[in-house]
Design a protein around this ligand. Sequence first.
Ligand code: ATP
Ligand code: MG
Length: 277
Amino acid sequence: MVISFINMKGGVGKTTTVVELATILVKEHNKSVLIIDMDPQTNATFSLMGIEEWEKIKDNATIADVLGMNNGFSSRDKEYDINKAIVKNVCKINGLDLIPSHIELTFLDLDLSGQPGREIILENRLKKCLTDYDFILIDCPPNLTLAPQNALVVSDFIVVPVVPEFFPSIGLPLLVNRIEQLKKRLPNCVVEILGVVFTKVKRTTNNHTERMDSVRKTCEELGIETFQTVIPDTVRISEAATLNKPAFIVNPNSDGVTSYKSFANELILLLEEVEKE
Ligand SMILES: Nc1ncnc2c1ncn2[C@@H]1O[C@H](COP(=O)(O)OP(=O)(O)OP(=O)(O)O)[C@@H](O)[C@H]1O
Ligand SMILES: [Mg+2]
């Protein structure tokens, strides 16, 4: 099962959701999980490893290499083995693997412009390790450039983290529309939106409650599920990333982590339902 976490809006908790969900799937559900950090901001990478560790692999074993950037590896080089870029048991979590990112990924679109098949590089590379994992979770940047396009082509589903503020009612239809366009252009791409999850929710703010209602309505109109579980805005979540560890490890009993656990349960149930259909 490959799931991309995407929203064209930045700072909505995509990376946090990927890191916490992955950790919970491994630690509480005994799943094997690969996180792919598709964002040149490298936030998922540094939520799980320190800079010293990253320095050792940055020149030849990141998603940039997988996608054919960096020293000497052409994306047409069918030989690049994706396994070279997988950090096993990252953050000492047995069963959690990571393909780290690199800031150089910013230039992917420039480097590969005009190259045929540039949206299916990840798909080709991933064949080598697809069956090694129960879940592959892809952390996407806040845009739909070439890297996230590569992610969408290999994904079964998309989860859209949303902060209940003004933007989503406009942004969601736009995202849906863009994904439909992409699917028409790339026949291999069969990705579906699994659902919207509300993140960074300020429970005491009436405005957030109202916005959630309005986003739920938009989702209903678009035929998109919204997860019942709501992730609260809490410092216990944000402080973990600065320690290069998931909040699940740093603050296991916090509100935020408990919410992410029930989100994981809900996601597993929803996937089972969808698979039956
Ligand atoms: N539930 C939460 N409560 C408090 N802070 C949070 C929560 N979730 C995420 N944050 C913080 O909000 C910021 C943005 O979160 P995150 O990096 O996960 O968003 P993102 O959507 O991946 O952003 P980008 O689009 O830049 O990749 C981070 O500093 C993160 O620690
Ligand atoms: Mg992010």
